[in-house]
Design a protein around this ligand. Structure first.
Ligand SMILES: Nc1ncnc2c1ncn2[C@@H]1O[C@H](COP(=O)(O)OP(=O)(O)OP(=O)(O)O)[C@@H](O)[C@H]1O
Ligand SMILES: [Mg+2]
Length: 157
């Protein structure tokens, strides 16, 4: 069951929704982004990192993590990681990234998270990106620890 569905009809819509999620992110959060190629996962992630809750600079450029698997950003005392596991072939490549450490020290957003096992201890937010004819639907679901926060979004919309 989905807790919230956000219909995005433009890149700006996705950016606006990301900004709203950014207001809610706390230490120990793990945000898992699933969905087909080109469905807006990186667009969403960059908006969060560039938002005033993190980079606080609209011109801040977030490099693509596709080839590095993981980028970690530190803004003052806030730390946020962005992993893209699309190219990962085996679980050993994940082990060395020590994703648990990032979640312990800050928050982490993961694209293509299917290969991660469920051993990471965190508050989890699942977002599935679904491409439709004229929109992209973001299906938002609590994975443990996000229920009240998701509810706070839906009440405002
Ligand atoms: N409503 C929308 N929200 C987000 N992106 C959109 C939307 N409509 C069109 N786009 C376009 O779709 C593309 C999304 O690319 P993006 O890299 O964010 O996807 P992705 O899910 O990260 O892909 P990948 O699985 O390859 O990492 C961008 O070129 C963007 O301009
Ligand atoms: Mg991407």
């Amino acid at each position: 069951m989905k807790d919230l569905i956000f219909k995005s009809e433009s890149v700006q819509d996705t950016e606006k929704f990301a900004d709203r999620i950014a207001t809610l992110i706390k230490k120990h959060d793990l945000i898992l982004l699933k969905g087909e190629l080109g469905s807006g996962k990186t667009t969403f992630t960059r908006s969060i990192i560039n938002s005033k809750y993190f980079a606080n600079d609209i011109n801040h450029i977030v490099p693509s993590p596709t080839f590095n698997l993981l980028q970690i950003y530190e803004f003052g005392n806030r730390k946020i990681g962005h992993a893209d596991l699309y190219r990962v072939q085996n679980k050993e490549e994940i082990t060395v990234l020590d994703l648990q450490k990032i979640v312990d020290e800050g928050s982490l957003i993961v694209e293509w998270p299917e290969i991660i096992d469920s051993s990471i201890s965190a508050n989890i937010l699942n977002i599935n990106f679904e491409i439709h004819n004229n929109s992209i639907n973001l299906l938002v679901e609590d994975g443990g620890g996000w229920k009240d926060r998701i509810r706070s979004i839906s009440f405002k919309s």
